[in-house]
Design a protein around this ligand. Sequence first.
Ligand code: AG3
Length: 285
Amino acid sequence: MLDASWFTEQVPDAGSAFSLKIKQKLHTEQSPFQYLEIYETESFGNLMVIDGCTMVSTRDNFFYHEMMSHPVLFIHPDPKRVWIIGGGDCGTLREVLKHPSVEHAVQIDIDERVTRLAEIYFPELCESNNDPRAELKFIDGIKWVKDAQPNSVDIIIVDSTDPIGPAEGLFSEQFYRDCFNCLTPNGMVVQQSESALFHLKLIGEMRGAMSRAGLSHLQTLFFPQCLYPSGWWSATIASKAPLASFREQECADKAFSTVYYNSDIHKAALAQPEFFKQAMTAESV
Ligand code: AG3
């Protein structure tokens, strides 16, 4: 039986839950936007929870952060300007800045408290925050993209919470239209797209909205993430132009280290499971 020494995220719709044994509660706070909790766990290091949903653990965040950044950065021919919408824990920013072609990476998270807590409890994720190419903004990412100049960014990484609460608008066709308008001709969006096992309908709707917004070249990639519902997560890349295959040799020769991602993982992650292909064909997306 679970007791008070466990943190559990339940997924009632799926009749499922994931728990971590807790050593101690380190911090809780209601920010102006969401309820933030930090725990020290028995075996996963520190854990950040937002509005009851697991976000980051010390032990397994590398899967998500590497797969949200390196596949799209190696597919783009020459990524120079990158925006991260959300991503306040700075883990995606750290991965993006490993790419030498990147000249400017802007992280735009509405909630400054997420970053301030990450600096304390996940300092390793924040180690590139003082890179001269990095810029941190604490404003509404939806408005930032809406107000941006055309042709001003190569890659937009949407590293958000689930599509409820502050992140809801990040899954809308209007948001993708605004992304389309500020992306360069080779521009791409990559967005965390939940679990293909639990949220297939949402992925289909999201791909449909991206496509209608002109980001019609789509590729969903899959990776393990035991912290998140079903333990199996996805990200969807949406591009204005047909998606080139990735810069495989440069990826194989990359001068930076990763824990999970490499050129074989890249190819494997882009393989489409049978049920997923069928569902997406049925939805025509
Ligand atoms: N963002 C994706 C979180 C989705 C998790 N959902 C859940 N636990 N129900 C994570 C932020 C990492 N930078």
